[in-house]
Design a protein. Structure first.
Length: 506
């Protein structure tokens, strides 16, 4: 597969370009993105679906600009897809021909079911889910996919979009009541099995609503991907957006570029959630574009990352862990230490995975400098741990990596993110295990190390001398009432050499 892959997505509202850089077989990251609110479907729904000159000009201009970016970044492969507005347009072939001849872009018009599946592929691979229904509200359609047991079971596409509702109802003065009745009528064709307590919000409408909820509720973590909320706690806010005059939307934490269609989007979203019987929403920062990319990347893997492969972890290690040191023994030490201390606090199997992930990334801060490397590692993890984790897991891993031996955890950060983190007791024990594992591994990566308890003393047994570790362990903060004893026999191991030096002096 080529190293740089671009995806252009032409929707009813916006045209977007994203460029992905592959770092390894399953590692990738985003290196460029551009967006233009082309509104290619503007006026089309009142004109029998025909694309109008104003929308065509904007779309062509955006695509022309995208081609310059593609050349600048030396992109190796381009996927260009178009969704609702183009697939509904009787005059779409003329537009596709002009773009192909003038710009060299081959646009593939995908149907609503394909669009829904692309969104579901992205959500299933890049969010921590195995069940749920994806909901992607676009300008011209709403596309949904049912996910069960980690598989995409069924997809549905409805002619129900923000621009469509705006032009047919809001702009004509037909009112909220008529719009709601029309939306409910269209939702009646959903299969009966489209029921789930979890809805996965994909696309600009879902993200804009989630961003508003984050601001209004003083959510402490500024990351939209994997942000979840319970509908009953924020339903009143969503209803307020539907009913608010446009000039008051800014007071509801809605960005200005969303004013024109967010009320229609909120109305559609509320009605969809009601029909699905959803009580929880998980917001996705990924969608059709990532789905198109992953469909190509994972075509030989049944469209799923293999077990044990996390694309964020893989990409971070590819880009920031330049040392590429063996870490098998580090993981063995961490696992054995966790097993030894697990009965001392309310441990869960998930905690071992969090410890393992933090240990796997422990060298990434050195990419900048060894000075304050734990701080560098924390900031890299905060920005780059995106896919396959909950917000709690992202923050816990990053906070462990911020640990130093002279403190169990960094208190200001814990206070800041406390609502999203495990209990202080859990953080202390995991931080202790993380820091002690690194001390032991860095002083002798090949030592066979085991652990045991003698009362409240954690005894460390090593088959090799770990002289430098003694000093580090002496300054190590431990959970309350716990002491650490290193039994490595370093004194007896070097006693012969010491005796020889003393003997020569005599």
């Amino acid at each position: 597969m080529p190293k740089r892959i671009a995806v252009i997505d032409i929707g009813s509202n916006s045209a977007r370009l994203v460029i992905f850089q592959r770092t390894s077989r399953y590692g990738f990251h985003l290196i460029a993105q551009q967006k233009s609110r082309v509104r290619i479907g503007e006026g089309a729904y009142e004109a029998g679906g025909y694309l109008q000159p104003v929308g065509i000009r904007r779309a062509f201009g955006a695509l022309h600009s995208f081609t310059h970016t593609l050349k600048e970044y030396k992109v190796h492969k381009i996927h260009c897809v178009a969704t609702s507005a183009l697939r509904d347009a009787p005059n779409r072939e003329a537009f596709l021909r002009v773009v192909r001849q003038r710009l060299g872009l081959q646009i593939r018009v995908i149907d609503g079911l394909k669009e829904a599946r692309y969104g579901a592929i992205a959500a299933l691979n890049l969010l921590p889910i195995e069940e749920g229904i994806t909901v992607d509200i676009g300008g011209g359609s709403t596309d949904m996919a049912l996910i069960r047991n980690g598989r995409i079971v069924e997809a549905v596409s409805l002619d129900l979009g923000t621009v469509r509702i705006k032009e047919l109802f809001t702009d004509t003065g037909r009112g909220l009541k008529e719009a709601k009745a029309s939306i409910r009528q269209r939702l009646e064709i959903l299969p009966d099995n489209f029921r789930s307590s979890l809805a996965i919000g994909i696309g600009g409408t879902a993200r804009a609503l989630a961003r508003g909820i984050m601001i209004e509720s003083d959510y402490p973590f500024d990351k939209i991907h994997a942000f979840g909320y319970r509908l009953k706690e924020h339903k009143a806010y969503l209803k307020t957006i539907v009913e608010a005059p446009m000039e008051h939307l800014g007071e509801l934490s809605i960005k200005k570029n969303r004013f024109d269609t967010i009320r229609e989007g909120a109305l559609i979203f509320l009605e969809v959630l009601r029909r699905l019987e959803a009580d929880e929403v998980l917001t996705s920062g990924v969608g059709v574009r990532e789905g198109v990319f992953l469909h190509d990347l994972l075509r030989r893997d049944s469209l799923r990352f293999p077990p044990g492969i996390n694309p964020s972890l893989r990409s971070i290690k590819d880009r920031f862990d330049l040392l590429k040191l063996p870490e098998g023994n580090k993981q063995r030490i961490g696992r054995r230490l966790f097993e030894t201390v697990a009965d001392r606090y309310r441990s869960r199997p998930e905690h071992l995975q969090l410890l393992s992930d933090a240990l796997s990334l422990s060298n990434i801060g050195k990419m900048l400098t060894i000075y304050k490397e734990h701080q560098h590692a924390f900031y890299i993890a905060m920005q780059e741990l995106n896919f396959g984790f909950t917000h709690s897991q992202m923050l816990t891993i990053a906070l462990l990596m911020r640990s130093k031996g002279d403190s169990l955890y960094y208190k200001p950060l814990y206070r800041r993110y406390k609502p999203l983190l495990p209990s202080k007791e859990v953080i202390k024990w995991l931080s202790f295990a993380y820091t002690l594992t690194l001390i032991l591994h860095e002083n002798s990566s090949k030592a066979a190390i085991d652990f045991s308890w003698k009362g409240d003393t954690l005894q460390i047994h090593s088959d090799r001398p770990l002289y430098l570790a003694h000093e580090a362990i002496a300054g190590l903060q431990t959970p309350k009432g716990i002491t650490v004893e290193l039994l490595d026999g370093w004194e007896s191991a070097c006693s012969g050499e010491i005796d020889e030096v003393i003997g020569r002096q005599g």
